[in-house]
Design a protein around this ligand. Sequence first.
Ligand SMILES: [Zn+2]
Length: 838
Amino acid sequence: MRHERVTRRTLLATGVAAGVAARAERSREAPGAQSVAPLLTGEPAGVARPDTGVSVYPFPLSAVTLLTGPFLANQGRTQAYLKFVDADRLLHTFRLNYGLSSSATACGGWESPTTELRGHSTGHLLTALAQSYANTGDTAYKTKGDYIVGVLAQCQARAATVGFNTGFLSAFPESFIDRVEARQSVWAPYYTLHKIMAGLLDMHLLAGNAQALTVLTAMAAWVRFRMDRLTQTQRQNMLDTEFGGMNEVLANLYQVTADANHLTTAQYFDHAEIFDPLASNTDALNGYHANTQIPKAIGAIREYHATGTTRYRDIAVNFWDIVVGHHTYVIGGNSDGEYFKAPDRIASQLSDSTCEVCNSYNMLKLTRQLFFTNPARLDYLEYYERTLWNQMLGEQDPDSAHGFVTYYTPLRAGGIKTYSNDYNDFTCDHGSGMETHTKFADTVYFHDNANTIFVNLFIASTVNWAAKGVTIRQDTSFPETNSTTLTVTGNAAFTLKLRVPSWAAGATVTLNGTAVAATPGAHVTITRSWTTGDVVAMTMPMALTRSATPDSATTQAVKIGPIVLAGAYGTTNLSALPTLNPATLTATSTPLQYTATASTGTVTLLPFYKMHHQRYTVYWNVTSAQPLPEFVAWYKFDETSGTTAADATGNGKTATLAGGTAWVAGRGGNAVDLNGSTGYVTLPAGILAGAAAATVATWVRIDTLTSWSRVFDFGSSTTANMFLTPRSSSGTARFAITTSGSGGEQRINAPAALPTGAWTHVAVTLNGAVGVLYVNGAEVARSTGLTLTPASLGSTTANRIGRSQYADPYLDGAVDGLRLYSRALSASEIAALYTSGT
Ligand SMILES: [Zn+2]
């Protein structure tokens, strides 16, 4: 069944409606997040069961107010549509289905009276109205939502009268459920029912509508009735048809009501064919309709929160890792023609139907639930940021007063965005768009259940932390400027955790003008008694980088910080990726706007979120090598367990401990302890590939001095390598580099061996023919005859601390604070490293 779906294009092109085995997509809700917030923040009551396995929570939408900026502008356009749209037109097919009169004009598109998916948009609308009311307090949204709920209740009450089972509520007849159970052609009836159920739950939780919970509970009882009548095999077969987030909304309802019947019903929608491989962390997604699967993972994490069963958590975590790691384009979206492909197929899957926006809507929902579960994983928020700016913000037409949105995000060269309309579209993405653009306030800040507030995203806004009596205002025009400022109003003791993005190498943070240590890819944590007027400011340098696809090293996208830049091509279509000369990228006077020379001539690059009404390319053909960052890697070795060592530059060059290497107290924080017999540390392949200049600087404490042991040795073999030994057979320390074995070594010989039993700072700088060896901040030797550079070694595969390419002794000692640069630091910079002790 899942392969019998029709895409939107097919549907619209052929006028397909009833009778075609098909599908839909998308889903929605907020309850997952919102349902936990009320209990913990004094919001309206209504959640009976706290979530298990959660340590971070969202603020209620009412507590966060967006300030002037692109997100508020998008929200305003969608909310104008919410006020405009005629509820009676979206209730027309419901009324007809229950024998009630309706004089409303029928909708078109996927809400036409003959489209099998009819009714789904009414559910999306309820959620968008509930979110808008919760966020703005404008009762116009609640009034419209209440009216819709009232009519839906009126319909549901007539179920028996028109021959349906009690509790059935839909704009299509209950016979559609007979058909999906009998495995006959029908377009995803439970998908649509999920949208209605989620909308009702949101009207209850976010807009205080008690009738919505009554109607929803009756719907849930009807679902239980239908599912109970089936065998487990029949149920599992039925789950081959897209069903949205039925397991999620029912798990949420269980959390709200504590009625275990809803959990049982939720678990009837656990799709073994999808869950089983995910539980064992197997990527079996190739060939599956993407947005049919993503909501199942959202349901899984909510079932974990409801039950504590870790298998559900593992399914959701593994799904996210697989999709983000191996099926995701640079803008954060996934799927081509709505389907997952083989892992790491990106460059080979650039089309007009890439990145259905519903998928990303659902991935973001999943991402925040996973962060609640594991706030140590800042990569969740980095994915959130990347997708929010590069896909979601730019899916809405800024020239549409009603916030019309895209369905796919074409990523073929020459693609162009196309948008929905008021009444003749109503695709899944029109529905998820209503939701996306009314909940930007939901992830900017989180809090824990005690004393900590998290600043996740750089969006101009205020958050009212009622539990502390504190308001924090965030002023920023990021990404057009690279800074943000947080100003506290109120007096309270608490911890502020500010996310320092991994892309912001060199980021600085100040508290009331005084510098605070900041590491990209980690939180800055400030605990104090805050008072009105306290200011935390952060600057986030945004470097121009390129991101290559996994299946084609020369297919690359250009980014400034996290923002994807796309080439603007006006009305010019393209038949192939243009070839970009990255050396010609030049900033213009307009923020984030560049010009460059490409095979098509001079081209302007804009942030992709600003690309509208013209053709574009996101990916380019780039044949020149990617330059290394200046500060390549920095291993503080401050971990306390495990076998990985983080790269504090944020470049992601994670190191791996091997052979029994242990953590030991180092120079402020920890160090790695090398045992002299088996222990070493491996750095990523190609760590200095292409570098014409370099610096390796580190602290080392040699416990037992053995000739030919290695402080470091980067190479691919005994033929090609560069190393530093604390003592060569000449009796002194030596740096050497070679591409022709030991006989071809070019060397810097120190006057003495490295000292033992004390922390010693050693550094080697290479620049042109000059190599300098420093010990404890002072030059001890140099060579002016070096013709080899790290680039001469190619992309080295065996880059180690403490171990030679040869069968030499291993290092017996400890290593701390190792830094790699793609330039030669100056003598004063080396001296400063020594003096500062870092
Ligand atoms: Zn969709």
